[in-house]
Design a binder for this molecule. Structure first.
Ligand code: SAH
Length: 219
């Protein structure tokens, strides 16, 4: 088997990544801890080799099965928003996809629980965690609209596919004081914050977003 180049050369080199980080800064990402993880995480191993030269562009990329690896700006923004509510130790991610967002989270929090409805995508994401030696990630092949009740409550929940309305099951699995970052809506979506308090939830729309839909059932 061919060895995977984690450091990258040419279009995947550190200099190329540095340019991406500068662009994210220009677009308003200000959490330097998040930016540093973006800089050091090899995004090129999360896409097919034929696309690896585009891995450090600020653009979403196809990962098969009609799904996409989110744009770096979106990953950085959602991660920044998730961390702003405090220092979450235990995080649920709904929609592992390529595993890129999972890998970013795994370097910033103690435990990541990630669920994905498409089996083959999950298998690939798993092997990438191994390659990066990120051992604090647990995977489950399930319909993430239900969350992962056995492992909850979570200090934070990140959803990377958009439901029409916020799933009640996810709110229930959020710890008091916890935050969920979730894109909500059909044609017109908004990145939304759901903060659980002792008396209920506070909901805030942050900015327009464009995500693939959260779909029911597994395949
Ligand atoms: N965070 C991913 C983004 C992937 S796109 C990345 O960095 O690559 C969104 C993902 O959510 C897709 O892989 C899709 O299959 C998954 N998804 C959609 N509905 C889901 C559901 N109900 N449960 C779990 N995963 C779901």
């Amino acid at each position: 088997m061919k060895a995977v180049d984690l450091n990258g050369v040419g279009m995947t080199s550190m200099r190329t990544r540095e340019r991406l980080v500068q662009r994210l800064r220009d677009e308003g990402i200000s959490d330097e801890i998040v930016l540093n993880v973006i800089r050091t995480t090899p995004r090129h191993i999360f896409v097919d080799e034929a696309l690896s030269h585009r891995a450090y562009e600020d653009t979403a990329l196809p990962i098969g099965f009609n799904q996409t690896l989110s744009q770096p700006y979106t990953v950085a923004r959602m991660t920044e928003l998730l961390l702003q509510a405090g220092a979450p130790r235990k995080v649920l991610e709904v929609g592992s996809g390529s595993g890129y967002q999972t890998a970013v989270l795994a370097q910033l929090v103690n435990e990541v629980y990630t669920v994905e409805r498409i089996g083959p995508l999950q298998e690939k994401a798993k092997s990438r965690m191994k390659l990066l030696e990120l051992s604090n990630v647990a995977f489950l092949h399930t319909d993430g609209g239900m969350g992962w009740p056995e492992k909850g409550p979570f200090d934070a929940i990140m959803v990377t596919a958009a439901p029409d309305t916020i799933p009640e099951a996810l709110i229930e699995q959020l710890a008091i004081g916890g935050r969920m970052v979730i894109p909500v809506g059909g044609d017109k979506q908004y990145l939304t914050l759901v903060d659980r308090t002792s008396s209920g939830v506070e909901i805030e729309r942050v900015e327009p977003a464009r995500f693939v839909p959260l779909l029911a059932g597994i395949r």
